[in-house]
Design a binder for this molecule. Structure first.
Ligand code: TYM
Length: 329
């Protein structure tokens, strides 16, 4: 069976951008691929979270991933730091990555602007750890949103370089395209993001979600109820595309264009359809929170399987680069 792998950071709460851009794809791919999904707690250290907060964020994220439909009988779900080979391979790849390649990363610039008091080296070398995450499992494809494209391109270049220097070892991971590669925030201006405060949380109640939708931007040219709108430039309409059936989307588009449907009613329809997806996820999450032992078991089993696969790769890597291999014993 061909492999897939992806990861998500335990920073802030899961939002519908993560769900639509990544998790929906994970759930789909787990039926066809040998799947490895992990909670990237080592990456989160770049934001220096307090220890207790990080530990509980990892558990909450695991709950969110499982409640979204990742099935531990089909997928291997694990915590990144439970597999020490990630950090080991990261160092090997760090020694193969030109500074110029890292300098081009736009996320480093964005993150540095977000945390000007903590521009640590980890923020800069972050994409190398991400390359190691991927390489250890030698997946055919990696399901991510558009914001990770540049990191994946760097991963491919770095692994190509490894293969050139040390011999063919890693396949080039493809990006598994998402049907929602860039979900916009409720501000309508920028990508939905934990750090921008423009998100709709996956676990938010129907009421909390409605408060966000009520204030969300629509077609800016539609100033009065009687003005016809353009659904193609309305962010609320793009949300309908993810949560509402095609008939509703067609009805909303026609109603918006003719001004028969007002923005508030359009948002109310969306709120109902969003809740139909989010409600069951919240319920599954509550059941998982009530069974902490079960969560421990899932993550322990996931880590054990991931360590086995990662060690197979590292054994080969150590042999290729000339450390700790048979020849040095
Ligand atoms: P993270 O935690 O920021 O996001 C997790 C996943 O959600 C996607 N995503 C979005 N997709 C569409 N629209 C949005 N508004 C949106 N916001 C987030 C992201 O693209 C991602 O797929 N560096 C990664 C985690 C990581 C990783 C890896 C991923 C670490 N190692 C190895 C793949 C392979 C990150 O910070 O994702």
């Amino acid at each position: 069976m061909v492999r897939t792998l992806s990861g998500i950071q335990p920073t802030g709460n899961l939002h519908i951008g993560n769900y639509l851009g990544a998790l929906v794809n994970w759930v789909r791919l787990q039926r066809e691929y040998e799947s490895y999904f992990f909670l990237a707690d080592l990456h989160a250290l770049t934001q220096r979270p307090p220890a207790g907060q990080l530990r509980s964020a990892v558990r909450e994220l695991a709950i969110g991933v499982l409640a979204s439909g990742v099935d531990p009988d089909k997928s291997t779900l694990f915590v990144q730091s439970h597999v020490p080979q990630h950090a080991e391979l990261c160092w090997v790849l760090t020694c193969l990555t030109p500074l110029g390649d890292l300098n081009r990363m736009t996320q480093f610039k964005d993150k540095s602007a977000q945390q000007p008091d903590n521009i640590n080296a980890g923020l800069f070398t972050y994409p190398i750890l991400q390359t190691a995450d991927i390489a250890l499992y030698r997946p055919e494809c990696v399901p991510v949103g558009e914001d990770q494209d540049q990191h994946l391109e760097l991963a491919r270049e770095t692994l190509r370089r490894f293969n050139f220097v040390y011999g063919d070892t890693f396949p080039e991971p493809k990006t598994a395209k998402s049907h929602a590669p860039r979900v916009m925030g409720v501000d309508g201006d920028s990508k939905m993001s934990k750090s921008k405060g423009n998100e709709i949380g996956l676990f938010e109640t129907a009421d909390e979600t409605w408060q966000k939708l009520r204030g969300a931007k629509t077609d800016p040219a539609r100033l009065r109820r009687a003005d016809p709108g353009n659904p193609d430039i309305c962010n609320i309409y793009s949300y309908h595309g993810f949560f509402s059936p095609p008939e509703t989307c067609a009805e909303v588009a026609a109603g918006c264009r003719s001004a028969a449907l007002g923005c508030v009613d359009c948002k109310k329809m969306l709120a109902v359809n969003m809740e139909a997806v989010k409600g069951p996820i919240r319920e599954r999450a509550a059941a998982l929170r009530a069974a902490p032992k079960r969560l421990d078991e899932i993550l322990a089993a996931g880590a054990e399987k991931a360590r086995r696969t990662a060690e197979e790769t590292m054994t080969l890597v150590r042999e290729r680069i000339g450390i700790r291999g048979e020849a040095n014993a």
